[in-house]
Design a protein around this ligand. Structure first.
Ligand code: AMP
Length: 416
């Protein structure tokens, strides 16, 4: 079905075509008519499904009639959990808005960088604001913007917003918005806290459940290797060389591990760098841009890069440390095989993480053969389980317990 048949204005249908979208993705096909009708939308949406365009197109269509009219007021607000997602959504809004007859001004604001340039950028007003909640409130407090004219609110990755502890800020932002507005609510998962927020926010929403993307075995080939924890870097290096992998995203459990693994790979003649929340905003932006430009062979990251960020057509994702939950597994491997391109997701399973891997497999309905590379046969012993289900000598942290309570399987006992 062409975009125009979903009720999109010709300029916006053209914008989608110009971005190379030949036909709507399932989430766009479901969300566009609902959102364009002015209804609230509650959508299950994974990164990689095309969810951003599913809300940006109707958002711009809503602005169309009065675009660029003075005085410029913030009429659409998109709240996102991370700086990277904010920047990415801002780019999508700007590239689609280029096709409109008037000029829609888009401001992208997020924390972790100086507030002054953002205040300056807001001086002439903005039609669309894409923001992380904390910085948005700071800007309101500085009188740099007002939210009293918002007609359309988008919450993207609502589950992540709550996971990252934005619940209180969200409530404060909501209190600043007019009650009569349209709400588009996107979340990858719907734990009770997200359902409660959706219940509070939405009025008779159109519910959209597009089958969870993108774990399609035909698109993402999944593999698991059994290896000693101490020889994972060696295995990784070997696979990169023998398989000719290029542009590999490697997931580890901690910022420290990201630094350590990246530096070991670098010493072994690979262009490897780290990407995690402990780096400055500038360093994160630079690493991401350089990776997109194919200047790095390997980026070693924490779950920070598992969601939201669109690095299209990433060929290989490696779980050097296993993810904590099956949901995180889906997000991590969703970094590859994007928008129909095929990809490879490889997991390293150590004797100590075997039980956890089995849980992930069970939740995913997977049963992968555990491959062993000759010369790297595992020799480590699996740790002895305590009666409580934990692993001897590794007590779960408070954060682990919270995460486990929030629907994950037991925390990964493995340490880098
Ligand atoms: P998202 O889920 O919004 O992060 O989008 C994932 C990727 O799919 C991005 O690279 C988009 O540019 C791309 N995309 C979105 N909609 C379409 C479409 N209709 N056809 C082809 N690619 C698309």
């Amino acid at each position: 079905m062409p975009f125009q048949a979903l009720g999109l204005a010709p300029a916006l249908a053209q914008a989608a075509t110009d971005l190379g979208f030949s036909r709507p993705t399932p989430i766009q096909e479901a969300a566009l008519p609902a959102a364009l009708s002015g209804a609230d939308v509650l959508a299950t949406a994974q990164t990689g499904s095309g969810k951003t365009a599913a809300y940006v197109l109707p958002l711009l269509q809503r602005l169309l009639p009065q675009i660029g009219q003075a005085p410029r007021r913030v009429r659409a607000l998109v709240l996102v959990p991370t700086r990277e997602l904010a920047a990415q959504v801002g780019e999508v809004v700007r590239s689609m808005a280029q096709h409109l007859p008037g000029t829609a001004r888009t401001a992208v604001v997020f924390g972790g960088v100086s507030i002054n340039p953002q205040m300056l950028a807001l001086r002439g007003g903005a039609d669309v604001v894409v923001a992380t909640p904390g910085r948005l409130l700071d800007l309101v407090a500085h009188n740099a913007l007002k939210l009293g004219s918002v007609e359309l609110l988008v919450l993207d990755e609502a589950d992540r917003l709550l996971d990252l502890g934005f619940a209180e800020e969200l409530q404060r932002v909501l209190a600043l918005l007019p009650a009569a507005r349209q709400n588009l609510f996107f979340s990858a998962t719907f734990p009770p806290a997200v359902q409660e927020l959706a219940g509070q926010l939405l009025h008779a929403p159109v519910r959209i459940d597009v089958p969870a993307a993108p774990v399609e075995e035909a698109v993402i080939l999944q593999q698991a290797f059994l290896v000693d924890s101490t020889r994972r870097t060696q295995l990784l290096r070997q696979l990169i060389k023998t398989q000719g992998w290029q542009r590999v995203l490697v997931f580890v459990a901690t910022q420290y591990a990201a630094e350590r693994v990246a530096s070991k790979l670098h010493q072994g003649d690979l262009f490897a760098t780290s990407f995690h929340g402990g780096l400055s905003q500038g360093a994160r932006k630079q690493a991401l841009e350089e990776f997109k430009e194919k200047r790095w062979d390997v980026v070693v990251t924490t779950d920070l890069a598992a969601r939201g960020i669109d690095i299209s057509q990433l060929p290989v994702v490696v779980n050097y440390d296993l993810p904590r939950s099956a949901v995180d597994y889906v997000h991590r491997i969703g970094r590859t095989g994007r928008a129909g391109a095929s990809g490879l997701a490889v997991s390293f399973v150590t004797p100590a993480s075997m039980a956890h891997w089995r849980l992930i497999e069970k939740r995913q309905g997977l049963s992968l053969p555990l491959e062993v590379v000759p010369g790297l046969e595992p020799t480590e012993e699996a740790p002895v389980s305590e009666p409580g289900g934990g692993i001897k000598g590794k007590r779960p942290s408070k954060k682990d317990k919270l995460r486990a309570a929030a629907s994950s399987p037991p925390a990964d006992p493995q340490q880098p």
